[in-house]
Design a protein around this ligand. Structure first.
Ligand SMILES: [Zn+2]
Length: 307
């Protein structure tokens, strides 16, 4: 059943577990995500970026998610706009039937971020839709970073408190050292958990971790074995994810892991069966691989067996 984002995340916040927010760009990814949630008995957040909406058309995004949520009526699912860049973009998603939107104005100065977020919150709440915002800049931090440099890029707990109080945003993505894609850390992975705990204490709402793909060994190996090049990229280790959840993260965004798992299977199929041109024979192993990644992740996050 399609529900608003805060319905899923407030429960996770109260009971202290994480819910995966999985990106999709096609039927195959969406099938894998729903089938995994069904298998793991987990609540679900599916998310589409502006790029995914452009690729599929917003009407198809909605109809695919409605079809899948009718197929699995026992799974509470929120449809979330990932990284909305403007009020108009968020309004379009709200009007189309998304149940959660992110306004990402984190590259603006604090005051402008707050004003734009508040504008989106006022509109979205009038339509019973939840809102996520972001504070700080998403980028990896290194061991030798100075305190000043850290304060310049990562979330400021004082600001987070004021931001949530004034904007009434439903959940917040605080920058604590993760970044998007496969290339998150130059050296050893490092996140600022102290800062995270402080933000949770001051805001007391669900927090969101972006750039949280882990690139587990099985995914890495399948990608490399089929000729993929990760260029030394590494993800956020599972124990960092569980530590983040202990520190107050309840929504964990996962995209890169799913892409790597899917593409490795398509590539393997192509290499091993040069005469094959039945699309389903390429996509089915991809779906199975993505499902396995998601089921494992739901167990790590603690959302498995919550429905
Ligand atoms: Zn993100």
């Amino acid at each position: 059943m399609l529900v608003k984002g805060s319905e899923i995340l407030n429960k996770a916040h109260q009971e202290n577990y994480g819910v995966g927010a999985f990106n999709f760009v096609n039927v195959e990814m969406l099938r894998a995500i729903f089938e995994a949630a069904d298998h793991a008995k987990s609540p679900l957040i599916v998310q589409a970026s502006e790029g995914a909406i452009k690729y599929l058309g917003i009407d198809m995004v909605l109809s695919l998610v409605h079809t899948m949520s009718k197929r699995y009526p026992h799974i509470p699912v929120a449809l979330h706009l990932d990284h909305g860049t403007s009020f108009e973009s968020c309004k379009k998603a709200v009007d189309a039937g998304f149940t959660s939107v992110m306004i990402d104005a984190s590259h603006h100065p604090f005051k402008e971020n707050l004003e734009l977020t508040k504008q989106v919150v006022d509109y979205a709440h009038s339509k019973n839709v939840s809102v996520e915002a972001e504070l700080g800049r998403l980028m990896g931090i290194e061991d030798n970073i100075s305190v000043d440099e850290k304060d310049a890029v990562l979330v400021n707990p004082d600001e987070a408190e004021e931001f949530v109080k004034v904007s009434h945003v439903d959940y917040l993505a605080p920058a604590i050292g993760t970044s998007h894609g496969a290339f998150k850390f130059k050296g050893e992975p490092k996140l600022d958990f102290e800062r995270l705990v402080e933000v949770k204490k001051r805001t007391n709402i669900p927090l969101v971790l972006h750039g949280a793909s882990s690139i587990p060994q099985s995914v890495r190996q399948a990608f490399l074995d089929t000729g993929g090049d990760l260029k030394g990229g590494k993800g956020v280790p599972f124990d960092f994810i569980t530590e983040s959840i202990k520190g107050g993260v309840n929504k964990i965004n996962i995209d890169t892991d799913l892409r790597l798992a899917f593409i490795a299977q398509v590539r393997k199929m192509a290499q091993e069966n040069p005469a094959e041109f039945d699309l389903r024979k390429y996509f089915n192993p991809g779906i199975e691989a993505v499902k396995a990644v998601i089921v494992e992740r739901m167990q790590v996050l603690g959302s498995a067996d919550k429905i």
